[in-house]
Design a protein around this ligand. Sequence first.
Ligand code: NIG
Ligand code: FE
Length: 417
Amino acid sequence: MPVLNNISQLATCPPDRPQHDAGLLENAALVWTDGLVRWVGPITDMPTQYQDEPAIDCAHRLIVPGLVDCHTHLCFGGWRSDEFELRLRGASYQEIAHAGGGIASTVAATRGASLDELQHKAESILDEMLDLGITTVECKSGYGLDQANELKQLEVYRQLNDSHLVDLVPTFLGAHIIPPEHEKHRDRYISLLCDVLIPRVARQGLARFCDAFVETGAYTIEETRHILSVAAEHGLGIKIHADQLSDGGGAELAAELGAVSAEHLEYVSEAGVEALAASGTVAVSLPLASLYLGEPYMPARKMMDRGVPVAVATDFNPGSSPSYHLPLAMTLACIHQGMTPQESLKGATSVAAQAVSLSQQIGTLLPGYAADLAIIDAPNLNHWLYHFRPNACIAVLKNGAWVRGNQSVLAINNPST
Ligand code: NIG
Ligand code: FE
């Protein structure tokens, strides 16, 4: 049975303890077999049955659960670096969208890309996410916005979930914006979503969740309530892009519908915070989107103080967040949102797992959970998130198998500690 020892700090991230308690163990060891964690604790408490097993020396490093990026738009055609400069010159995200750029321009590029092209692009991004210690990724459609192209994106996810080491959790975001060809008769597109696409996606198991973007220029509260109610009837879990650019009542709707998560919430109202606290919906914070768009950060401190679980994710997409650096998002959540390192880590592990309804399987390092973990070249959690490095992750276990780094990497001394 493989054993990891000489771990200076290990974060178990228990889901049943408050977010500020990441279950930190000092001088720890961990035992796994058959892809699952078997035992974890201080090395002095290791049961005798494991003491004679050959141990892998972690050379006094930090171990965290494999990171869960619970909000991405992984699959898309093209990029939008031209918009980056336009925004730096003063144009707003909404102004660019009104001028035909924004999401609509990525829809055109995604429609123009083949399944193979999209798949290769997403695959190389997943490779780099795994380098960072990310072992599970939620991924949304929403750049096809017609039958063939929404299914193409979801098919990319299905194939990548089979072929890639990272696990994917697909979400249907057909209600991202109204596609340009339907702008004058939005009801027809909403009927396509409700009568054709949602039933088909659910029947074929192409997505576990259905998401919608509630915003001026995207979907109204009434439209979203209708679309997501249909999705729920078909057995899909509910997510909402809520209150990102204005307070549109998205948080309250998420609570009303029993959504698993409400995501963004940069402009959430007091009533929205209260509603989420009462419903148990996870608030997914996306600090990289705030950074790139110069928007406020979600009031994570206030939410956690009111009892709302707060996940931290990247929102990786070609417009508002062209970065998939989840550890950077975690550091930003500490600096700009008043999250402690333990709260931020749980936000990207056990609470993120809750946001994709997998909190019994991943995001935690306790017996019975997946042996998904990242070995971080830092002595402890505070040091990792404070001493931001391009990549401090030196080895990754996924379902108990080494998928990045290995024993010999661990033997190399770390110059930064
Ligand atoms: O989460 N807000 C809507 N969707 C994305 C942005 C997508 C894009 O700009 O292409 C987001 O920020
Ligand atoms: Fe998003």
